[in-house]
Design a protein around this ligand. Structure first.
Ligand code: HEM
Length: 327
């Protein structure tokens, strides 16, 4: 197993707790394992970490890209690496479905896969590489480190039209709850995993429904703080033509911390789906807990990531993450 990225005594304790949680989660479950590659590819985790670390040294935004990619993989056909497949002449893949066109950092997975195929060909699946890379992206951004349960293979099917199953930015609390419960994830998982929005960026189109609301004669959603709404309206003018325009999802969007929850409480949550977490007493209480305690957030986030990563995957180990093996 690769050396954990975290160093302090507090982090070591957290790591121990998370290892126990992982073991408990696995006992309830399936074919995933905590040490599958210990003998078959002992350098597997380290190789992924090197690929993520190298990419982040050039571009911090790949961390957010990898984390979101893992979520989008797991919510469509389970965590089977289907999001990594390229479209073919006959099939438009998930990658080219509307919610995924803004995914990025696929090259990091390609780099890790290339390194692993050189070290131990045909052993480590693309789905596992993505789960490990998402974990490393979080840890290298200052967030928790956890033991990833590996052994999830990849699937052979990836269909763009199935990406409509991903919750969208205007989803209500009930829709979010349904999307998570439908995959065996809880309301607590919903709040903890939404904390991923501590990293990264959203394009204007993802929050335009909040800054110019037809029902309010084009004014901003009143649940937004007025100064925050004004800044967003400046970043995204009505006649915006800059495709890259948008906003960080929280004020410290390169650091994995609990700022997201504190901003949410202050009327500075960016997406409607973020704001929706305040509309129900149970989720509001989790938001308050994670806003008050970064440690509680980190523990819950790692646990929920393990639960999400356990969503059923496929059974193949691809040679190239972008293509199924030829049969
Ligand atoms: C709860 C339902 C969720 C909804 C509706 C949602 C929606 C979105 C949207 C609309 C964006 C902005 C995309 C853009 O404009 O380019 C975004 C970004 C992001 N989301 Fe989510 N998301 C959800 C949950 C999650 C989860 C569970 C994770 C990971 C565990 C996640 C990780 C991210 C990350 C890291 C970004 C930033 C991406 C980047 O900067 O490249 N999201 N999300």
């Amino acid at each position: 197993m690769a050396a954990p990225l975290a160093a302090s005594a507090e982090a070591a304790l957290l790591l121990l707790v998370l290892s126990v949680l992982a073991a408990v989660a696995l006992r309830c479950g399936d074919a995933l394992s905590l040490d599958l590659y210990d003998e078959s590819c002992p350098e597997a985790e380290a190789a992924v970490t090197v690929a993520v670390r190298q990419a982040m040294a050039n571009d911090r935004t790949v961390a957010a890209g990898l984390l979101r990619m893992h979520f989008h993989d797991c919510f469509v056909r389970g965590c089977d690496g289907s999001v990594l497949l390229d479209s073919t002449a006959n099939v438009t893949a998930e990658k080219d479905g509307p919610p995924n066109v803004s995914l990025h950092a696929f090259y990091v997975i390609d780099n890790a896969k290339r390194a692993l195929e050189a070290l131990c060909p045909g052993v480590v699946s693309c789905a596992d590489i993505l789960a490990l890379a998402a974990r490393d992206a979080v840890a290298l951004s200052g967030g928790p480190w956890w033991v990833v349960a590996v052994g999830g293979g990849t699937g052979r099917l990836s269909l763009a039209n199935e990406t409509t199953a991903l919750p969208g930015p205007t989803a209500s609390f009930d829709q979010l709850k349904q999307a998570f419960h439908g995959r065996g994830l809880s309301t607590k998982d919903l709040v903890a995993l939404s904390g991923a929005h501590t990293l990264g960026f959203a394009h204007c189109s993802s929050f335009q429904n909040r800054i110019r609301v037809p029902a309010f004669q084009g004014a901003a959603d009143p649940s937004l703080s007025p100064s925050f709404a004004a800044a967003l309206r400046r970043a995204c003018p009505a006649n915006n033509t800059v495709r890259a325009a948008g906003s960080g999802l929280d004020a410290t969007s390169a650091a994995f911390d609990n700022t997201y929850y504190r901003m949410l409480q202050a009327g500075r949550g960016l997406l409607s789906s973020d704001e929706a977490l305040l509309t129900h007493p149970k989720t509001r209480a989790f938001v308050a807990l994670y806003a008050a305690s970064q440690e509680a957030f980190f523990r819950a986030f790692a646990k929920s990531m393990l639960r999400m990563a356990a969503l059923n995957g496929g059974d193949e180990v691809r040679a190239n993450c972008r293509r199924v093996n030829s049969s």
